[in-house]
Design a protein around this ligand. Structure first.
Ligand code: A3P
Length: 293
């Protein structure tokens, strides 16, 4: 593909998307889920790779060490809706998975999830990250990934985020839409990036209980150690250094992995504008985020 051509955003059923995630729409909407499939759903840059890696190690880490050494995370946990020229479509990779369970990643807002996941009553893990850090991480990702629309200057990116004109739509709609789904769909585990940073082992234990998996305290401690930022950053199978369209020289995929990095990006005026706007948009008192820990 011509990597100089960054895709444009356009309105797709009320959500901003690029053609890389809509070209295969009809196909992936007909994805046939299996009851034991596990869907990892997130807004981009909320900790998708981290949770994918945790689940992958939890299910397959003991039995298949070759897998950890030779298959990149984006193949172990296919990205359902992705369709980039020259690479396998996410839907096909998911169809061809031979593992049980199959771990599948999506960034789709809840209303776009293929119906078969609901019909099969699949377990879904949703990871959410506070908007400020999510925005900063997204900005650096748009700078380094040629599959993304141009980031533009920080100040215009900041405004675009508040306006919800981001790939996969508004952060505000995404986190709220999935949160609301919990009321009617019980097999949804909604977790927060900040909790995972603060207490990785505790969050892994909660995941195990949701997944109906037993793991000893020792196993959880070991896993928690292997998935810490510095370890994942070094791991070529997790750090996206093998992914052709990303330029780690501009900004590494495993960038900082911190809560509160927004303080290094937001001006005082931006922070004030953000907080005022946030209060208007985030009116559900049951959904609370932490911007520092
Ligand atoms: P930063 O850009 O803030 O560093 P996604 O996988 O959804 O694209 O999210 C990427 C973000 O998750 C990046 O955030 C990345 O550094 C962070 N991340 C990935 N693995 C992590 C880990 N083990 N610990 C903490 N953060 C991690």
């Amino acid at each position: 593909m011509d990597s100089t051509l960054r895709p444009e955003l356009f309105d797709f059923h009320g959500v901003m998307m690029t053609h890389f995630f809509t070209d295969n729409w009809n196909n992936y909407q007909n994805f046939q889920a299996r009851p034991d499939d596990i869907l990892i759903a997130t807004y981009p840059k909320a900790g998708t790779t981290w949770v994918s890696y945790i689940l992958d190690l939890l299910y397959f880490g003991q039995t298949s060490t070759d897998r950890n050494k030779s298959i990149p995370i984006y193949e172990r946990v296919p990205f359902l809706e992705i369709d980039i020229p020259g690479l396998d479509k996410g839907k096909d990779l998911a169809d061809n998975l031979t593992t049980s369970p199959r771990l599948i990643k999506t960034h789709l807002p809840v209303q776009f999830v293929p119906k078969s996941f609901w019909e099969q009553n699949c377990r879904i893990v949703y990871v959410a990250r506070n908007a400020k850090d999510n925005m900063v991480s997204f900005y650096h990702f748009d700078r380094m990934s040629k599959l993304q629309p141009e980031s533009g200057e920080w100040s215009s990116f900041f405004q675009r985020f508040l306006d919800g004109k981001m790939l996969f739509g508004s952060w505000y709609d995404h986190v709220n839409g999935w949160w609301k789904k919990k009321e009617t769909y019980s097999k949804l585990h909604y977790m927060f990036y900040e909790d995972l940073v603060e207490n990785t082992g505790g969050e892994i234990a909660k995941l195990c209980s949701f997944l109906g998996k037993s793991a000893s305290t020792g196993e959880i401690e070991t896993l928690s150690g292997s998935v810490q930022f510095d370890n994942m950053k070094k791991d070529k199978m997790a750090n996206y250094s093998t992914f052709p369209e990303m330029d780690a020289k501009i900004s590494p995929f495993m960038r900082k992995g911190k809560v509160g990095d927004w303080k290094n990006h937001f001006t005082v005026a931006q922070n004030k504008a953000f907080d005022e706007d946030y209060k208007k948009k985030m009116t559900d008192p049951t959904l609370q985020f932490r911007t520092e820990i």
